[in-house]
Design a binder for this molecule. Structure first.
Ligand SMILES: [Zn+2]
Length: 144
């Protein structure tokens, strides 16, 4: 658990530079089943992104998708700490991007999967890591 670790560093999914997640700037959303993946950029790339035209924005996004999906691990086998998170991790960290990057989703994988597939409502999860786990997770099986 990296909760509030001041030494934690993350990597920009666009330029691959290492920086502190406090400086992560949310930029690009990519749909993943019923949730989205959020790509945060380093301040330099976010600035570039904000000032880019539509086709340049698409190029930046595609480079992020490629880096994230192609390079899950470094040559030493360590997981790359990309500044990429999910809607679920954002929710469980009170929509605080740097906390989501440091802490991840912090829920069991089975529950994560149910939320990703839209079986469980995102809103039924705790809104931050320090909140209470709900006694009963609301299921959406009854919906048509
Ligand atoms: Zn960057």
């Amino acid at each position: 658990m990296t909760k509030n670790n001041p030494d934690y560093e993350t990597k920009c999914p666009h330029c691959k530079s290492t920086y502190h997640p406090k400086n992560a700037q949310p930029a690009i959303k990519e749909p993943l089943n019923k949730i989205y993946i959020l790509y945060a950029l380093c301040p330099e790339c976010k600035d570039k992104y904000d000032n880019a035209n539509k086709s340049e924005k698409i190029n930046i996004a595609n480079q992020c998708f490629l880096n994230f999906k192609k390079e899950g691990k470094d040559p030493a086998g360590e997981i790359y700490p990309w500044s990429v998170t999910t809607e679920i991790a954002l929710h469980t960290n009170g929509y605080d991007v740097d906390q989501a990057l440091m802490n991840g989703q912090s829920i069991p994988w089975e529950i994560y999967h149910l939320v990703e597939m839209g079986v469980v409502n995102l809103s039924s999860l705790p809104t931050n890591l320090f909140g209470e786990w709900p006694l009963c997770v609301e299921l959406k099986f009854n919906e048509p």
